[in-house]
Design a protein. Structure first.
Ligand SMILES: Nc1nc2c(ncn2[C@@H]2O[C@H](COP(=O)(O)OP(=O)(O)O)[C@@H](O)[C@H]2O)c(=O)[nH]1
Ligand SMILES: [Mg+2]
Length: 313
């Protein structure tokens, strides 16, 4: 369990003292203004004030207690998920980025991020995540400041990802029957991960298959989450256009929309919070398509910042 970020006792004491004070004040007003015509408005006002003073500290405490949020990533194998989470965690731990203050949580996460970064620094890509293994990258994230500060304990589930056949409705191993899909259904935020390498190659058949697969998976997701037809899910859904460096981050969105317009429309129509983000975890490929000597990530933090702001709405 993470440490509580605020002790409740002094805040409760302050609330109690304030409530008693306002009660005495209200009594005094009532006695002093016994025959005055504004006795009732005065009493109402002091009662309202008491309620406000009593509520504010509780809101303050609630906002400072970490809210647990699970973020799931849905995408094909080798779409760039593990590199993305590694680089995201590294970016955030460097300092205050995108309005977020961040600390990795748990030794497994720290070790995994460290060993992944060392490998990338050696100019090697990461080994593919073993099938069926779900690795939770965990962190504490603080957003905002002062009274409006919120604290989240986030978990981003990294999974090997799906083979195309798992996205295929006619397959016995269809994605929605897998354990990982249960994790996606229960998650608070969903990242749909699109491998832009596929779209850049202009492989129309594979792109169309992938779009259909995502649409089917998304519809099952809505159904399992109990979102009625014509209603929108409150779960924030972001489409992450991975490897956008291959086409240029500025044109990735247009390219994706041209390649998968139905997926974009479906998400737009059925999600209360939906956004598309071009992402490049590395910035630019190094020699012979290896990771570059210096990572220059583009757009890795934005999806998380957006998602955390969206869950508040
Ligand atoms: N051009 C480019 N290629 C990437 C990027 N991130 C990952 N890759 C490539 O995608 C492969 C798979 O990445 P990985 O994160 O392991 O995929 P995962 O199976 O979804 O976890 C890597 O070995 C790289 O070849 C990126 O930001 N840009
Ligand atoms: Mg992986």
């Amino acid at each position: 369990m993470p440490k509580k970020t605020t002790s409740i006792t002094p805040i409760l004491l302050v609330t109690l003292v304030a409530m008693v004070g306002l009660f005495v004040l209200s009594l005094w007003f009532s006695v002093v203004s016994y025959r005055l015509p504004f006795l009732i408005p005065l009493t109402v006002l002091t009662t309202l004030l008491t309620a406000m003073v009593a509520t504010l500290p509780f809101l303050y405490v609630v906002r400072r207690h970490p809210t647990s949020l699970v973020i799931s990533m849905l995408g094909t194998q080798a779409a760039g998920k593990t590199v993305y989470v590694t680089v995201l965690f590294n970016q955030l731990s460097i300092g205050h980025v995108g309005g977020m203050t961040f600390s990795q949580y748990g030794s497994e996460t720290v070790e995994m991020v460290h060993s992944n970064l060392s490998r990338l620094a050696e100019g090697k890509w990461l080994p593919s995540t073993p099938p069926l293994l779900l690795f939770p990258f965990r962190a504490i994230v603080r957003m905002g400041s002062g009274f409006f500060k919120s604290v989240y304990r986030i978990e981003i589930g990294d999974f090997a990802g799906q083979h195309m056949h798992e996205f295929d409705a006619s397959s016995e191993h269809w994605l929605h029957k897998t354990k990982y899909f249960d994790y996606v259904i229960q998650s608070d935020i969903v990242f749909l991960v699109i491998d832009m390498a596929l779209i850049v190659k202009a492989d129309r058949i594979k792109t169309a298959q992938l779009q259909n697969a995502f649409k089917a998976a998304f519809q099952i997701l809505l159904e399992k989450k109990g979102v009625q037809e014509r209603k929108k899910t409150r779960t924030p859904v972001a489409i992450l256009l991975m490897k956008s460096d291959l086409c240029g981050t500025s044109s990735a969105k247009a390219l994706f929309t041209r390649a998968m317009p139905e997926l974009r429309d479906l998400c737009q129509n059925r999600c209360a919070h939906f956004a598309i983000f071009p992402v490049s975890s590395i910035g630019k490929l190094g020699k012979s398509n290896s990771p570059p000597q210096r990572l220059k990530p583009v757009g890795v933090v934005e999806p998380l910042a957006w998602a955390l702001r969206s869950v508040e709405l």
